[in-house]
Design a protein around this ligand. Structure first.
Ligand code: G1P
Length: 312
């Protein structure tokens, strides 16, 4: 048995305390500059770019609601005020819509701010994803929490975050979502070195993490299992983050903190059930837009007919 596997199977006594602690909070890092999506992101947050008819961050907030999360902590930065406005109540707009007889729209607007509790904190300097999560430490407190990256959309009836919460609440050990990525794209992801650790009810989807590498070149990648942007972590990760030195891109990487967490407390990789879109990338954004538009109950069928008329 390796050192790491014993850490997971013994589930470090300190973690046992949290074994059945409910995952109530989620951290959404949203402080990034969105340089991959310029010029659209010059004066507006990438999280607010709409896919079909909703800002990306609303899809992620809805995944939280569907996963049983009660409190979302958004880590913002300069120029991100429209995120707070979007999730705030809008009495003047609601009144206007009601006066015009648009009750459904008024209700839709109201639901956005009533979804759950929102808190905001700022990452003052762009020191990396790991640092952004560390900034939320006081708001999270001493309890397990989810992390959802705002530019990864995972639509569908079986929320990826809920799948990870199930693993955490049943084992008391953190879990991160992974999926197969093309070999020549490993430099875009955190890559996992895991060994199969099937157990009921999760079966073959569960792997015990031996190590992780942030954005390796294909020749240095330990596998083709990439981290998808969904995490459920014990509060012990904050101590790991506090000890993490700048890594890839000279930033404090969440993946590097997870190496420490995996070594000291164990960590699962979970091959989640679903399809993800990297909507922070222009092509990924287009794919998400087309596929979600096709599923839209109001105009999906008309959009499909339109696409069929295109001479490709
Ligand atoms: C981040 C993480 C990376 C993960 C990716 C998923 O990278 O650092 O480990 O695989 O998200 O989208 P980013 O895409 O923010 O550079």
């Amino acid at each position: 048995m390796t050192k790491i596997s014993s850490a997971v199977s013994n589930a470090a006594p300190a973690d046992r305390v949290n074994t059945h602690q409910k995952v109530r909070k989620a951290v959404l890092p949203a402080a990034g500059l969105g340089t991959r999506f310029l010029p659209a992101t010059k004066a507006q947050p990438k999280e607010m770019l709409a896919v079909v008819d909703k800002p990306q961050i609303q899809y992620v907030a809805e995944e939280c609601v569907a996963s049983g999360i009660e409190h979302i902590i958004i880590v913002t930065g300069k120029g991100k005020n429209s995120i707070e406005d979007h999730f705030d109540s809008a009495p003047a707009l609601e009144r206007f819509l009601e006066e015009k007889g648009k009750k459904d729209q008024a209700e839709m607007v109201r639901k956005i701010s009533n979804m759950l509790q929102f808190s905001y904190t700022r990452q003052k300097e762009p020191l990396g994803l790991g640092h952004a999560v560390l900034v939320a430490r006081d708001l999270v407190g001493d309890e397990p929490f989810a992390v959802l990256l705002g530019d990864v959309l995972i639509p569908g009836p079986n929320p990826a975050t809920k799948q990870l919460i199930n693993v955490y609440e049943s084992t008391g050990v953190g879990a991160i979502a992974v999926e197969e990525v093309p070999r020549d794209k490993t430099h875009l992801y955190g890559i996992v070195d895991g060994e199969p650790a099937p157990q009921a009810p999760f079966g073959e989807r569960l792997l015990r993490i031996r190590d992780l590498v942030e954005k390796p070149k294909p020749e240095n990648a330990p596998s083709n299992l990439g981290i998808t942007g969904r995490y459920v972590l014990p509060p012990a990760v904050f101590d790991c983050l506090a000890r993490t030195k700048p890594g890839a891109g000279n930033e404090i990487q969440l993946t590097d903190a997870l190496r420490i967490l995996a070594r000291e407390h164990g960590l699962w990789a979970y091959i989640y059930d679903g399809v993800s879109y990297d909507a922070g990338d222009k092509l990924g954004f287009l794919k998400a837009t087309v596929e979600l538009a096709l599923q839209n109950p109001e105009f999906g069928a008309a959009f499909r007919s339109y696409l069929k008329t295109l001479k490709l």
